[in-house]
Design a protein around this ligand. Structure first.
Ligand code: HAX
Length: 435
């Protein structure tokens, strides 16, 4: 058993009695009351999911296993010469809650290199798609095609004790997580770079090998590490994380779950917003020619968007009530590496003009930018200008958190998810509306 798996097993054994005690001694304790607004309004704010992998505070932003993002970037081990940490180290942290040592990350990285090899049929599935398919469709289908590889599914069919479910799920998760960057890079090379027979570099880590397969020079390796780590988790209630968890709760394996997660992320109100931001800015850029717009022009562009009944992509959030720290970290990176870039100047001006406009309009509860407002600009700067592709990158990152959660779901024996629905008439009766 690997060091990581051994440590994880100890943590699981220590955690199981905590869940049992909560259920046995406090199963009937009321945590929340639910309002009509919450039932109709997408279940906002109802405390009804449990995860220890990350927690989102509306004002502070995300913490992974108790660590803020700056702490995560500072504390996790980094490859030689890199400024950003190993993605594998982040996965170790998400799974165990412990910051791994250099040796522990090396062992996991080594383990993942062996699992990176993509079966030939997956390349064929990807290659079979027409070149005008959206990359998220191809990604979802490629993951789905690998379901036959599931060790969990095989062992389940043969019969397995419930307490052992986490073990083959861990194996599936490590296999899928290692292969996702290879799938992502192959989709990029097929659709945009038109490069075939791209090899991997087994001496490189998750982020380094991804940059290598994308054909991008340094520091795109660090950009990739930063990007995957920033997008890894945002507690359990967001659409992608919740979809992954929900599907897995029926004991579907991680291939079904992550394919579903990808489909949820592909919506413009969620992960696709990073693509939408770039598309939206390019519309204005096309009108402006080479010039950066004045503040007055930018304000009009924002108002026109709102008055056209559209949302301003990259702004607002269902939970956050301040500037997203994931935005801030990418902004700081941009300020350090390309402060004079024209596209960055657009984004920077939006940071200035959008919040007061959303406040004046008075609808959005959070007028501040989220992660997606800034992430496309960073990719663009390093040559990934095909913005349809950005949500694929988000997916590779998000899978890390969702996979870690699914392993823990299995370890703690969380049951099939099944909330209760009622009819409109029943709700009217509850509040006393008479027909
Ligand atoms: N532009 C215009 N209107 C906005 C807005 C924005 N950026 N953000 C919120 N609103 C509007 C909502 O559409 C809603 O309008 P209606 O009452 O007419 O339905 C109203 O303000 C109240 O919404 P809210 O409670 O503040 O926000 P929600 O929790 O309902 O929605 C969203 C959160 C992220 C979906 C929303 O802010 C939005 O659509 N933002 C733009 C798209 C975007 O950037 N999505 C990515 C979010 C981060 C993420 O998940 N990344 O993956």
């Amino acid at each position: 058993m690997s060091n990581l798996k051994e440590r994880l097993f100890k943590k699981i054994e220590a955690h199981r009695p905590r869940i049992k005690r909560l259920l046995d001694e406090h199963g009937e304790t009321v945590v929340n009351e639910v309002t009509v607004q919450q039932i109709i309004g997408g279940m906002r704010g109802i405390k009804s999911l449990i995860t220890d992998i990350s927690y989102l505070d509306p004002y502070e932003g995300i913490r992974y296993r108790g660590y803020t993002l700056p702490e995560v970037f500072e504390k996790l081990p980094k490859p030689k010469g890199a400024k950003m940490p190993y993605v594998e180290g982040l996965f170790y942290l998400l799974l165990t809650g412990d910051i791994p040592t250099e040796d522990e990350v090396s062992e996991l990285t080594y383990e993942c290199v062996f699992r990176r090899q993509l079966p030939k049929y997956v390349y064929e599935v990807i290659d079979a798609f027409p070149n005008n398919s959206h990359p998220m469709v191809i990604l979802s289908a490629a993951v789905m095609s690998m379901q036959r590889e599931s060790i969990f599914n095989l062992k389940y069919q043969r019969g397995m004790d419930k307490t052992d479910y986490w073990d083959p799920t861990f194996e599936d998760a490590l296999n899928l997580m290692s292969k996702l960057p290879v799938i992502g890079a192959h989709i990029y090379n097929k659709l945009y770079a038109k490069r075939s027979n791209v090899y991997q570099d087994p001496t490189l880590d998750f982020g380094g090998n991804f940059a290598y397969m994308m054909g991008k020079d340094l520091p795109y390796d660090d950009v990739s590490r930063m990007y995957f780590i920033l997008h890894a988790d945002h507690e359990s209630g967001n659409v992608s994380a919740h979809t992954g968890h929900l599907i897995a709760s029926s004991l579907s394996d991680v291939y079904y779950s992550i394919s579903g997660m990808i489909n949820g992320l592909a919506g413009p109100l969620h992960g696709l917003a990073n693509q939408e931001v770039l598309r939206w800015i390019q519309d204005l850029r096309a009108k402006m020619g080479d010039k950066v717009p004045s503040e007055a022009v930018m304000k009009k562009f924002v108002w026109d968007t709102l008055e056209g009944g559209q949302v301003v992509p990259g702004f607002g959030h269902a939970v956050l009530r301040k500037t997203d720290p994931r935005y801030q970290i990418q902004r700081d990176f941009s300020l350090e590496h390309f402060p004079e870039d024209e596209l960055f100047k657009y984004v920077d001006m939006l940071y200035k003009v959008v919040p007061p406009i959303l406040q004046e309009q008075g609808k959005a509860k959070n007028p501040w930018p989220n992660v997606d407002a800034q992430s496309g600009v960073v990719q663009w700067q390093y040559g990934v200008t095909q913005y349809d592709y950005y949500t694929v990158l988000f997916s590779i990152g998000r899978a890390l958190g969702v996979l870690a959660n699914i392993i823990w779901d299995r370890a703690l024996g969380f049951p099939l998810e099944r909330p209760k629905s009622i009819t409109t008439y029943m709700l009217e009766q509850i509040v006393g509306i008479k027909k």
